[in-house]
Each structure stands twice: as C-alpha cells, then as structure tokens.
Design a protein around this ligand. Structure first.
Ligand SMILES: [Zn+2]
Length: 341
C-alpha cells in the first residue's frame, strides 16, 4: 500500500499535469522517467508484495545456521531476500500464469527486465547486509549531489536512470518500514508484531537474546540512523510532494513519543508475550495426546518443503545473473563473490 501511495504521488504529482503548460514530457523528466515506465512501477509494487514471502521469522544470520544449504545456494548473502524472489518467481513461472506474465512484461526482453527490477527492489530491503548500505548511500550522493546532477541543463539518459533506480530502491525501503512513518497507532501495532515474532524465535531457541533487552534503545537508534534519514531523502529528491513531508513528520513525532513512552510500552509488550506463551504452554499440555509419530511426520514434511523449494529452484540462474548486474552497476570489489558461480 505504501509503495502504491508513493508511486501515485510521483506519477500524478501534486496536480502538475493539470497546471497550464505542463506536458507529459515535462512530467517524464521531472520524475526521472518513472511516470512513463509502467513496468518499473509494477515491479516496485510486486516487490513490495512478495519481498518477505517464505520469511522464517528469524534474521539472515540465524537462517544461515538453521538452513546451511540455503546459505550455500545464496553464498550467505541476503538469504531470506533472495529466497523470497525465488519462491515468488517460481510461482509466477507456472504455466497457468502465462497470460498474466504476458500482461505484466510482454516479450522476453520485458521478462528479463522485470526480473532484474524485482531482484533489485527486493535486495534493497536487506538493510543489514554489510556494504550494501554504503553503496546505496554513495549512489544517492552521485545521483543527487554530483556535478551533473546539480547542474542546470537536462539530465543525460544515465543520469535519469541513476536517479530512477535509486529512487525506486528508496520507495521500497520506505514502504518496508512505513509503519514507522505513519500514525502512532500504526507504528505501535506493527512494532509489537515484530516484537512478538522475535520473542517467539527466542522462546523456540532460535535467538540468543530476549528481544525485550535493548528494544527501547534499538527503536530510537532505528529512528535516528535509518528511518529519519530515509524520510529526509524522500523529501530531498523532490518528487513525492506532500507525501514526503507527511512521512518525515510522522517519523519525528513517533520518535519523540517513543522516547517518552517506549520503556513502558516495552514492558507491556513483554507481559503480553509472556502471558500468551503461558497460555500456549497450558494448551499444549492439555492436548498432550497427539501421537509422537504425527509430530515427526510433520517435521519431515516441513523440512521437505523447505529443501524442495530451494532445490527445485529453476530461477537460481536468474538470481545469479541479477547479482552480476548489481555487481557491474556497483562496480565494487566486495560484490564479486555474488557472481562468481
Ligand atoms: Zn519487509
């Protein structure tokens, strides 16, 4: 929803089209070509939809320990994200979606471009992968503060593409954490969902630390070093109109309110989680009559599901080639292992 909202802002502007003398061509330039690129727009929305498909409820580091075969396939980088793309594309490639695919991207060249855009967008949601963040910041600097970017004349094709790509990444990133940039109640609701997910992982022995340790400060850090700078960038690129103001204002307000009430909220979240866990434990005691064999079967089934998914994966080649694309684009030594297959 957030991705659609931001894209709508770009494409319809703040009534730019209605102003006298503003042509479609003007809007095309003003939006770095995004307004006249439906495939790019669709890729962003589709990426927002599928970017966490198959998420295991634990961060990538833990995933690498639990599912080493996946870590191997994806070379221990952005494991969950690469897998989400795989799962989604595998589904989309089913014969029954042939017409849908034709509508989305038309010919083969369109399909290839769609896949590249999708991978680019989904990988942008891995904000903890070492190096990616710095590269993204550098690209932002280049796109918006380099000599060419700030000079008066019309942008080159490369300059436009660079801006479009980096803006696209930031739309996805903002959408991924858009709960932090909306009304307080929305922020608190989704903040608690994440807390519950991490608490469940902790209870299941899949995390070393109880999330309640450091959660309050962690949120403040996240606002200061991620959310607010991101909202400022949306504002800086100048194409989101009032939406970027709205995002930044909510982010700052939520930070202030969290600073005041966060500790007490953390305590309440923890209590609710503990209560839930106790209820669950009591319930599972009551239905202790489940025969052991069934449980074992269930586990085997789950393992098969996980492994089957990654092994039968017809799109791995695409992921690798997409990484190669990223590598060329980033032109960075540290990216090499991505494409070294
Ligand atoms: Zn997400």
């Amino acid at each position: 929803m957030s991705a659609t909202k931001l894209l709508k802002r770009i494409c319809y502007g703040d009534g730019h089209a209605k102003e006298d003398g503003v042509t479609t061509e003007d809007i095309h330039h003003y939006t770095f070509g995004i307004s006249s690129d439906p495939l790019l727009q669709f890729s962003a929305v589709f990426a927002a939809l599928i970017h966490d498909v198959g998420h295991e409820g634990v961060p990538n580091g833990q995933l690498a320990t639990e599912l080493p075969h996946l870590a191997e396939i994806y070379e221990s980088r952005s494991i969950a994200e690469q897998r989400s793309v795989d799962v989604a594309l595998e589904l989309l490639m089913l014969p029954k979606y042939k017409n849908l695919r034709a509508c989305i991207c038309g010919d083969e060249a369109g399909q290839e471009r769609f896949r590249q855009l999708l991978i680019h967008c989904v990988l942008a949601t891995d904000i903890f992968e070492k190096g990616l963040k710095e590269q993204r910041n550098e690209r932002w600097e280049q796109a918006f503060h380099s000599q060419e970017a700030t000079s008066e004349g019309p942008l080159s094709k490369e300059g436009m593409d660079r801006k479009a790509t980096i803006v696209l990444e930031h739309i996805i990133q903002a959408s991924d954490v858009s709960h932090t940039m909306q009304h307080w109640h929305i922020y608190i609701k989704w903040n608690e969902r994440l807390f519950q997910e991490m608490y469940a992982a902790f209870k299941a022995g899949r995390a070393e630390k109880n999330p309640s340790e450091g959660w309050y400060k962690g949120e403040l850090w996240f606002f200061d070093y991620y959310v607010i700078p991101l909202a400022k960038k949306l504002k800086e690129c100048g194409i989101f109109g009032v939406s970027s103001d709205e995002y930044l204002t909510y982010a700052e307000q939520n930070r202030t309110e969290w600073e005041q009430r966060g500790e007490e909220i953390c305590q309440a979240m923890l209590e609710r989680c503990e209560m839930e866990a106790e209820k669950k434990a009591a319930k599972s005691k009551r239905i202790d009559s489940v025969p052991e064999e069934d449980e074992a079967d269930e586990n085997v089934y789950q393992d098969e599901q996980r492994e089957g998914r990654s092994r039968s994966n017809s799109m791995n080649g695409s992921i690798r080639s997409a990484n190669a694309i990223m590598e060329v684009e980033d032109n960075d030594e540290s990216q090499h292992s991505y494409a070294d297959h």
